[in-house]
Every structure is written in C-alpha cells, then in structure tokens.
Design a protein around this ligand. Structure first.
Ligand code: EPU
Length: 300
C-alpha cells in the first residue's frame, strides 16, 4: 500500500469558521505501515502538515497556503475492548465525531464524557486539544493513545507518556521531539452509569450551550483561552464592550464575546485584526494577556 495523495482542499470548505485558502495537497493512509512514508511525502510536497479533523478549532488564513492536510484514518468504533477495575475500556478511531461517540456512550450507559455534549469536533481533535466543557475534559477519561510520530512510527502510548492540561495535550518521551504527530485511535476508561441520567445531563449541557453560545453560527468556538482559572475571557471581552464588534464579515458574537463568527464573506485579515483589538483592549482595561485558543494556521 501507499499514502493516498490528492489535490489540496481549500480550508474555507473544511473549517467551521469558513476561512482559509488552498492547501498544497491532502494525504491519508490506508494501513498503519503507510504512515512511515509521511515525512518523505511532506518533504516532496514542500509543505508543513496540518492534521485535520472536523476543523472546528482552526482559524486558517486566506491565500495560497504552504500546508499539506493530513487526514486521520476512516472512522472505526466505538467498541468496548475490556474492563479495568470495574470500568469499561472503549476504543474509538480519531475521525469519529464526538457527538456520535457521546450518543453511543449514552445508549450503552457509559459515563465520563457526557459534559462534552455540544462540542462539534472529532475524537482526535478533541484529544489533541484536551477539549472541555462544564467541568468535563477529554483527558479525564483518556487511558491510551495510538499515534504516528516520525521518530517512533505508529504505536500505542500509555498514560505515563502523555499529559493533559487546560486545553492542551502533550506527549512525553521520544515522540515529544517531533514537530508533529497524528492521533489515530484512543481508548477511554468509562464508568457504568444510567442511560437515562446520561441523556438528561447531555440534554442540559446542550440547552445551556445553545442559550449562551452561538452554536449554529460559523465559528471556531472560543478564540482566546481563559487567562486564569475562573476568569472568563468572554466575560472580560464583554465588559470591555467587544460583544458584537465587527470588521468586514467577522464579528465577536452578541451571545458570547469570545466567539468570533463569520457572518458571511469573512476574511482572515479581519479576524486577526479583531483579535489584536481584543488583546489590546483587555490588556489596557484589565491587565490580562489573552492567549489564542484556536489554532491559527497558514499565516505568515
Ligand atoms: N460571560 C459574559 N459575557 C460573555 C461570555 C460570558 O458575561 O460574553 C459570563 C457568563 O455569563 C458566565 C461567565 O462569563 O458568568 C463564564 O461564561 P461561560 O460559562 O460561557 O464560560 P467561559 O469561561 O466563557 C468556557 C470555555 C468554553 C466552554 C464553557 C463552558 C474557554 C476559553 N472557554 O467558557 O469552551 O464551552 O466554558 O464550560 O475555556 C471552547 O473552548 O472553544 C469553548 C467554547
């Protein structure tokens, strides 16, 4: 087998913020062994890798992008693969959508991930950034990760070789030195719970999200990290008068100030300029430095 290499997609079509120009190529692997060819293929294609899931946490720049989109393998699972101290171990492929995984865990009565209801991304993307919501983080239930990295090839790593923190996932050991890695599959350790209760919790999370976040707008979720525990970047931005502030086709949402939305013909330069304004205003008014939470790609 060999890597599948195709024409590069436009990131506007592959990201929920609907921004971003054309990439150089798109690659995917059909077998685990194919991944070993990736570093050479990237060299040949002359681009940096962008591992792409649902594209729901990415702000991509417009124009020609020196990027090669790397697609995780086709969806596999979820499926129970064993037990650990009374809990159930579930294996699932990186490209499975988080909402699909949550519908499955609720139907099987498996608890631990239900607070993530309403996060649109794929499992791989959610792990790569340790996605979280309402006190629940992906990393809390994550027990093993199968990944490709140029120096280690494809293999499973156990929880002693990765760390999860607020919106971050980092690998330790040899793979830590690589400039990129591709999450292929993961295992979650989930507790036995009641399907009715899990569905109720998920419904409540979704209702809360719909009431406070622009879930149907073209956005990439929160653009800035919260600057300190218990300090909401959105609240600071709101208090600084940034709700609804717009430039071209981009605006900070009227519902939640930390959501940058594309109202139609948005452009990345306007998105970046609005973010600069927010950083400056929040620094001047509150003394907090806002750090970017979305992955900004392809910008020089
Ligand atoms: N608030 C405002 N104005 C706003 C936004 C928020 O006054 O424009 C207030 C709210 O009323 C509330 C407080 O700020 O009193 C906190 O708001 P919220 O519950 O929305 O939480 P957040 O800290 O703003 C974080 C995450 C969200 C996650 C929610 C719920 C970050 C950067 N954001 O937002 O995650 O959904 O908690 O758990 O950590 C994301 O990561 O993309 C994201 C959306």
């Amino acid at each position: 087998m060999a890597l599948v290499i195709e024409k590069g997609p436009t990131l506007r079509e592959r990201t929920t913020l609907r921004l971003g120009g054309r990439t150089l190529a798109e690659v995917g692997a059909r077998t685990d062994a194919d991944w070993d060819e990736l570093p050479k293929a990237l060299e040949r294609l002359g681009g940096r890798p962008l591992v792409l899931g649902w594209g729901s946490n990415i702000l991509a720049c417009d124009g020609e992008l020196p990027l090669v989109v790397v697609n995780p393998p086709a969806p596999v699972g979820p499926a129970p693969v064993g037990t650990r101290e009374g809990a159930i171990v579930v294996r699932v492929g990186a490209s499975v959508r988080l909402p699909l995984l949550l519908a499955w865990t609720a139907s099987k009565g498996l608890a631990g991930l239900e607070g993530l209801a309403g996060i649109p991304g794929t499992v791989g993307g959610a792990v790569a950034m340790n996605a979280g919501s309402y006190g629940c983080e992906v990393g809390q239930c994550l027990s093993r990760v199968k990944l490709f990295s140029p120096s280690t090839g494809v293999g499973w790593i156990e929880s002693d070789l990765f760390t999860c923190a607020y919106r971050s996932f980092a690998v330790l050991g040899p793979a830590a030195r690589d400039s990129f890695r591709v999450i292929l599959e993961v295992e979650f350790t989930l507790m036995v719970g009641s399907p009715e209760l899990l569905r109720k919790v998920m419904k409540e999370c979704l209702a809360r999200k719909t009431a406070t976040q622009p879930v149907r707008a073209a956005s990439a979720g929160c653009v800035f990290r919260n600057p300190a525990p218990g300090v909401s970047a959105g609240r600071l931005m709101d208090q600084a008068g940034l709700k609804g502030r717009s430039l071209g086709g981009m605006a900070f949402s009227e519902l939640h100030a930390n959501f940058l939305v594309n109202t139609g013909q948005g452009r990345s330069e306007h998105a970046l300029e609005l973010m600069d304004i927010a950083r400056r205003v929040v620094r001047e008014k509150f003394g907090h430095e806002l750090e970017t939470e979305v992955e900004v790609v392809g910008c020089s």
